[in-house]
Design a protein around this ligand. Structure first.
Ligand code: AHR
Length: 504
């Protein structure tokens, strides 16, 4: 048994928990859209072709903002292909994923689906094969009320009122050699600045996300952000961060410590943002949009799934369909802890992705939809993390990892909703062998009389939900939780993630 102690203080606030932290991502990739959220022949499809079982699961997941339509896909996307009568829409090659895009689902269909699930759109413009002019055309089509060629076209396509999209990504991963239109930081920074200036001229209410690095291992990481922000600082609201983690070479210890890397990544990007702010003398604050994060077994995609061949451009192929284990779910829960602990500067984030493609929700054509292990920590954190994120001080033993050196066994985040008289504590035990006995000092949070805890853990950390066993893995009530004088105590099994909810 290891021991840990956590202290919270309602006066030591990190910042408000922005609902946009619980965003997700729908890319035209594999079976995310087609045979995922949209399957007109499915028995549960509504009159528009959307699967109602998937809609219910998306609502249960509690997603706020949904990024669309990519990802790498957006860098070859012509938005006007995806509007107008469906039968007239062109079939196009999607070079990013070596697939055929039918454009059966486009801007209008996606917006209607978003309204059904109750989420906000976050659109990306193509700065790979296209530029400022096309970004302005899409923005006019989406946000101008009436009286212009493109707003009238939108009305003629069945949507008189504007979509009113606030969040816009200025391209995607433009530092990556795999990206159509891959650029130097200088070239991208100039294009992003021109595009941002023009988009603001058209609609001053837009919130713009400029591309940061594709991951913290990119050779240009840090310098890319500095150069791009030198060109764009006062014109943008967010810099994007992207990070994917997976267990490599059987090294579960390092994998379970992935959030240590995410913490460091965020701190580095914030430091670079603030350096540019100091140098430019700006009073504007740029924040982080962590708009792609998850567990993704990228080696499987590279070595098994990747599609090749000049005559081979499938529609909705099975790509990036990782089946997530309990350990993966624990890591996802821990990455959410990292986001909460940076709530002052990470004010938007997107779990990549939503359905079938590295997703918390899986579907079978004509068959069921089910929750992956990663679904649960996301849904519970989204529903419980309200109010302010509090600074937690964690006293924990450390364990050695190959990738990150010595890391704490226990990690935690906490939120406090003073108005509602509720609080939540999120905990991870990274030990592979030992149960942890944890005490949390809550004295300064006032009279919290009700406590409940749910823990995601399993005797087999590699257990997963599958088509054959869709309910093998789920969080269970943790009966060890107890209120004590001034706090609470709880036992956390090895390789586990726990959400504790407290109320007056
Ligand atoms: O989410 C899958 C892919 O990962 C996205 O298309 C891209 O932006 C990233 O490299």
């Amino acid at each position: 048994m290891t021991r840990a102690h956590i202290a919270l203080d309602p006066h030591r606030r990190i910042g408000p928990v922005n609902r946009r932290l619980f965003g997700s991502f729908v890319e035209h990739l594999g079976r995310c859209v087609y045979d995922g959220l949209y399957e007109p022949k499915h028995p549960a499809a509504d009159e528009r072709g959307f699967r109602t079982d998937v809609i219910e699961l998306v609502k249960e997941l509690g997603v706020s903002t949904i990024r669309y339509p990519g990802g790498n896909f957006v860098s070859g996307f012509r938005w006007e292909d995806s509007i107008g009568p469906v039968l007239d829409r062109p079939r196009r090659l999607d070079l990013a994923w070596h697939s055929t895009e039918t454009n059966e689902v486009g801007l209008h269909e996606f917006a209607a689906w978003l309204e059904t699930v109750g989420a906000e759109p976050m659109l990306a413009v193509n700065l790979g094969t296209r530029g400022t002019a096309e970004a302005l055309e899409l923005l006019e089509y989406a946000n101008i009320g009436a009286g212009t060629a493109l707003s009238e076209l939108r009305a003629a396509n069945g949507r008189p009122e504007p979509f009113g999209v606030r969040m816009w990504c200025l391209g995607n991963e433009m530092d990556g050699p795999w990206q159509l239109g891959h650029s130097s930081a200088e070239d991208y920074g100039k294009l992003a600045a021109r595009t941002a200036r023009a988009m603001r001229q058209l609609d001053p209410a837009v919130e713009l996300v400029v591309c940061g690095s594709s991951n913290a291992q990119m050779p240009t990481f840090g310098e890319w952000e500095r150069v791009v922000l030198n060109h764009t600082y006062d014109l943008v609201d967010y810099v994007s961060c992207h990070a994917y983690y997976y267990e490599r070479d059987g090294d579960l210890g390092s994998f379970l410590a992935s959030a240590v890397d995410m913490d460091h990544f965020i701190d580095s990007v914030v430091a670079t943002i603030d350096h540019v702010r100091a140098v430019t003398g700006s009073s504007h604050v740029v924040n982080v949009s962590f708009d792609e994060w998850n567990v993704w077994y990228q080696d499987r995609f590279e070595n098994v799934d990747k599609i090749h061949g000049i005559d081979n451009w499938p529609t909705a192929p099975r790509l990036l369909e990782d089946a997530y284990t309990v350990a993966d779910g624990v890591v996802v829960g821990n990455l959410l802890i990292s986001l909460l602990n940076h709530a002052d500067r990470v004010t938007a984030a997107s779990l990549a992705q939503l359905v079938n493609v590295i997703a918390p929700i899986m579907t079978e054509p004509g068959g069921p939809a089910w929750r992956q292990s990663t679904f649960f920590p996301f849904a519970l954190t989204s529903s419980l993390a309200k109010g302010e994120a509090l600074r937690v001080s964690v006293e924990s033993e450390h364990y050695p990892t190959q990738r990150y050196g010595a890391v704490p066994v226990i990690d935690a985040a906490a939120t406090h909703n003073r108005a509602a008289g509720t609080a939540a504590v999120f905990l991870v035990n990274r030990s592979q062998t030992d149960t942890a006995s944890v005490t949390v000092d809550l004295a300064r949070l006032g009279q919290l009389r009700r406590v409940e805890a749910r823990t995601l853990a399993d005797d087999d950390p590699y257990a997963a939900n599958t088509l054959e066993a869709p309910e093998r893995v789920a969080p269970k009530g943790n009966d060890s939780v107890a209120l004590t004088a001034g706090g609470l105590s709880i036992e956390l099994p090895p390789v586990s993630w726990t959400a504790v909810s407290l109320a007056e």
